[in-house]
Design a protein around this ligand. Structure first.
Ligand SMILES: N[C@@H](CCC(=O)N[C@@H](CS)C(=O)NCC(=O)O)C(=O)O
Length: 245
């Protein structure tokens, strides 16, 4: 199949799309866009949303992780990412929707808050993910862009605090879905699993959230699926936010 996937290696839904391609045993051409420039680069290629993941599959532009999964499922029905039993399928679809509409936003808003509010985190981001020369200088110059990116993803102080508050219940929900067998089976993650695992891996990669994630079955599951997921250094911004300072 002729497919190109536009993504970023720090993007949780980008990894959802990658996992879906893997489950379908497809190898798209992966284009890792520099974070921050990615909306403009996608608009220039004719995509409307300017978000990753976006893909070109058999000549068609497909935008969004859910839409990419649907398109792959349509073009390559086997192995299916949904159970055959209608009740199990409905439960997997509900978990998939929650993963995309609710859970996916939590690590994104915390990470973007940390990038905007912590210079050292921004230096790391510029060096590892934005492809910028002179990361220390870029980290200073890019402050307004970092704030704009945070604002677009609910990464304001209020948004990040709210995300932190929701984490324990959200991670409990992931553990429950896993225990109920709704995230996949021995063959790999299903549609809900590919949606949810990268967001767990992103949270597990944020050093200051270790106490939230350690010992959780859902975290061990996500780490095993995504062993190379990028780790972020500790961020004073998250520490302060968590201490209520
Ligand atoms: N729910 C969408 C979210 C896509 C999304 O927001 N991606 C982020 C990166 S994780 C993005 O590209 N945001 C654009 C921006 O920052 O302007 C999906 O699953 O595809």
């Amino acid at each position: 199949m002729d497919a190109t996937l536009y993504t970023m290696d720090i993007s949780n839904p980008g990894w959802s799309a990658r996992l879906a391609f893997e489950r379908k045993r497809l190898e798209p051409r992966i284009v890792n866009l520099p974070a921050g420039m990615h909306p403009a680069l996608l608009w220039a290629r004719g995509y409307r949303r300017g978000t990753v993941p976006s893909a070109r599959i058999e000549g068609r532009r497909v935008e969004g992780s859910l839409e990419i999964v649907q398109e792959l499922e349509r073009l390559v029905p086997e192995p299916s990412l949904y159970p055959a039993d209608p009740r199990r399928r409905a439960a997997v679809e509900e978990a998939e929707r929650w993963g995309e509409a609710v859970f996916q936003g939590l690590p994104r808003s915390i990470a973007r808050y940390a990038i905007a509010h912590d210079h050292a985190t921004r230096v790391w981001f510029m060096r590892e993910h934005a492809g910028m020369p002179l990361p220390a200088v870029s980290a200073t110059v890019s402050l307004p862009v970092a704030f704009a990116m945070a604002a677009r993803a609910d990464g304001t102080e209020r948004g990040a605090r709210a995300a932190l508050e929701q984490l324990p219940a959200a991670l409990d929900h992931v553990d429950q879905l896993l225990a109920d067998g709704l995230l996949g089976d021995d063959d790999g993650p299903n549609a809900a699993g590919v949606q949810i695992a990268p967001s767990v891996a992103l949270l597990a990669g944020l050093a200051d959230l270790a106490d939230h994630v350690e010992g959780r079955p859902g975290v061990a599951w996500a780490r095993a699926l995504l062993p190379g997921f990028p780790l972020a250094p500790g961020s004073q911004a998250i520490v302060k936010l968590r201490s209520g300072a």
